[in-house]
Design a protein around this ligand. Structure first.
Ligand code: AHN
Ligand code: ZN
Length: 361
């Protein structure tokens, strides 16, 4: 609840009390004057005072329940996305990647998180050794009950789905594919710092998610080539025996008109979390983004988190139900840029995730 909300509630209470104060003199007034219009006026006022009081207490109760969830600011999330994009492509083993990693770790610290960095040399499908960095921000580290929120922060070295073949060897800017999830989580971190939820929260920015073999690679393509940072973390968690009640991955959560379906790996391991999130979205009126439909299986960072770390986790991703359809129009093209980010999608996802974590006990 922010200051303005608090102010509103106090103001209402004050109003209710002032109606009480005036109701007693009005009763006396009725006893000594016999003018029917005065009587009617008094009864009317008393009635409105009474009904106003009941309404107010209902409103205050309702507000107390929902107003404890802060208001996600999509403009703020947008700026965090833009800031990442301004570094240029965040491809592992480049100076832009190093600089953005510094920025993200500093931002989490600025937002009051305890930051842990995992540096690892991870071998890609073609033998390239990637200087990878997983960035972990923890809130309320003593709490046993924890929720894990995650996104990948690297960007893909190849625009291998670009309609222009000349671009296939160029890196993508990875604005929706990468930066959007991180931007939404930084905005959530900003709120957690101002008003702590009841549970502990860990935010992980995974590296080297998007280094999977490109379409032009001649060798065998394997699922294990993707999600290198999250595979590493799942085998080597930042805290020994790390556990969380559940996890939520945000991937490509900024596209205009995005449609999130219940992704199938998430359904297999954490259908109750999908249900929890989709119910919240519906309650908030975001059901045009969160479709009550099943999506396909996606190889993403939630796979190692489910299968190796054994934390039931879902992927919020614009997941089609037809394997021929891409996640979004500009996926793995040079056009995954700021123009294609829509603040309303950021709001729908950010507010929904915040409602879920602030309602956890
Ligand atoms: C595959 O297409 C194999 N995985 C999708 C996960 C992904 C790629 N997320 C972002 N880029
Ligand atoms: Zn990608």
């Amino acid at each position: 609840m922010n200051r303005t909300d608090l102010h509103k509630i106090k103001h209402r209470d004050a109003k209710t009390q002032s109606f009480h104060k005036f109701s007693a003199p009005l009763c006396l007034c009725v006893q000594f004057t016999y003018k029917i219009n005065t009587l009617l006026l008094a009864v009317g006022l008393l009635f409105s005072a009474f009904s106003c009081k009941t309404n107010n207490s209902k409103q205050v109760n309702a507000e107390e329940k929902i107003a404890t969830v802060p208001t996600f600011n999509p403009d703020s999330a947008y700026l965090y996305i833009e800031k990442q994009a301004d570094f240029g492509p965040r491809v592992p083993n480049t100076p832009e990647h190093v600089a953005c990693g510094e920025y993200l770790a500093n931002k989490l610290a600025e937002h009051g998180a305890t930051v842990a960095n995992q540096y690892a040399d991870l071998t890609a499908f073609d033998g390239t050794v990637l200087k990878a960095r997983n960035i972990i921000g923890s809130y309320n580290p003593e709490s046993k009950k924890r929720v894990l929120l995650f996104a990948h922060w690297d960007s893909r070295p190849w625009a291998d789905y670009d309609p222009n073949e000349k671009n296939h060897h160029k890196p993508i800017l990875g604005v929706n594919d990468g930066a959007s999830g991180v931007g939404v989580l930084l905005e959530i971190a900003r709120h957690i710092n101002k008003q702590a939820p009841a549970v502990g929260v860990d935010i992980i920015f995974f590296d080297a998610e998007d280094y999977g073999a490109p379409s032009f690679y001649k060798g065998v393509k394997k699922d294990e080539f993707w999600c290198l940072g999250s595979q590493y973390w799942a085998k080597n968690p930042h805290v020994e025996g790390y556990k969380a009640s559940f996890g939520i991955l945000l991937d490509m959560v900024g596209g205009k008109g995005a449609m999130f379906r219940k992704e199938s790996v998430s359904e297999r391991y954490a259908s109750h979390i999908n249900q929890k999130v989709w119910n919240k979205a519906k309650e908030l009126g975001y059901n045009q983004f969160f479709l009550n439909e099943r999506g396909g299986y996606v190889t993403d960072d939630h796979v190692p988190v489910n299968e190796i770390a054994k934390i039931p986790s879902i992927d919020i991703i614009p997941c089609p139900n037809d394997p021929e359809i891409r996640f979004f129009e500009h996926w793995h093209t040079v056009n995954d840029t700021m123009e294609n980010i829509d603040k309303y999608t950021l709001k729908a996802v950010g507010q929904t995730v915040m409602e879920v974590i602030y309602n956890e006990k």
